[in-house]
Write a protein that binds this ligand. Structure first.
Ligand SMILES: [Zn+2]
Ligand SMILES: [Zn+2]
Ligand SMILES: [Zn+2]
Ligand SMILES: [Zn+2]
Length: 273
């Protein structure tokens, strides 16, 4: 039997099923839409004599049902409440492109690739979906190094430049950041890796960093610090408290030993485990 011809109708069937499922979910939501805030009602809600639903909060702004002028008579009827609680909903980031239908109890939205993130390039504070940030960097900040290979090399002027530098990395279908921090008060250079997950992570991610000059080699491995779903980056004092597993502190005088024309080059090797 020809495999390719049998695979095609099957995919069509799945697409069709998905489409019908989404239509059904939207119809059910439409039926439970509050006429005041236009959101699907969540308990506590009330029903009018005809069965139209409205949120208890929104009811404070009206004295009768805006759809039929009837009185509100029922609060949280068990059957409707249970159906609403079990009803899947469209991801809250559907406006920015997510097509996921989220079942009740699923934490998809915490890791949704369409949740907003603020660009970390200096002077740019544009907010956009996590999945679009790399393209944004490519077209708007090509001078900020982008790492897209497991093994890559970064050249930094960190010895005399900005205090904190973020370099975006896209690997393993996820978004990472190389974070370089110069701390003048402690006279060291800090390096760490943050992960902004696109989808729930099932692995840990590590980076092997190597500084090299002539016969000198300075190498260490760090674990990428996974940001919780709502964090866009670690705060300065959180960076300070990171333990050795995540963060390497290199004394500036050590760093100078690896510099060539005031530039430090180090190679990175990302791996998952
Ligand atoms: Zn409402
Ligand atoms: Zn009504
Ligand atoms: Zn989503
Ligand atoms: Zn930007």
């Amino acid at each position: 039997m020809d495999v390719s011809s049998s695979a095609f109708p099957k995919k069509m069937e799945t697409n069709n099923y998905e489409k019908r499922f989404k239509t059904l979910v939207s119809a059910l939501h439409k039926n439970a839409e509050c006429p005041v805030c236009l959101e699907t009602v969540k308990p506590p809600f009330k029903l009018c004599v005809q069965g139209h639903s409205v949120c208890v909060e929104c009811m404070k702004k009206i004295d009768k049902c805006p759809l039929c002028q009837g009185k509100f008579v029922l609060e949280n009827p068990v059957c409707v409440k249970n159906i609403l609680e079990a009803l899947p909903h469209f991801c809250r980031y559907s406006d920015t492109g997510c097509e996921e239908v989220v079942e009740s109890g699923n934490d998809h939205e915490m890791f949704c690739g369409y949740r907003p993130i603020v660009c970390r390039s200096e002077g740019c504070s544009i907010k956009m979906p996590v999945v679009k940030i790399i393209d944004h960097y490519k077209s708007n900040h090509p001078e900020d190094v982008l790492v897209t290979k497991h093994e890559d090399k970064i050249c930094t002027k960190a010895l005399n430049n900005r205090k904190i530098e973020y370099i975006p990395v896209t690997l393993f279908n996820n978004l990472f950041w190389v974070v370089e921090v110069i701390d003048d008060t402690k006279n060291h250079f800090k390096i760490l890796f943050e992960a902004t997950p696109i989808g729930k992570l099932t692995q840990d991610y590590y980076v092997c960093v190597e500084l090299k000059k002539d016969k000198m080699v300075y190498a260490f491995t760090l674990k990428a610090k996974v940001l919780s779903s709502c964090e866009t980056k670690l705060k300065i004092d959180e960076l300070e408290d990171l333990d050795e597993e995540y963060c390497m502190r290199i004394p500036r005088k050590e760093l100078h030993r690896f510099s060539v024309n005031k530039i430090i080059a180090y190679s990175l090797n990302f791996f998952e485990m």
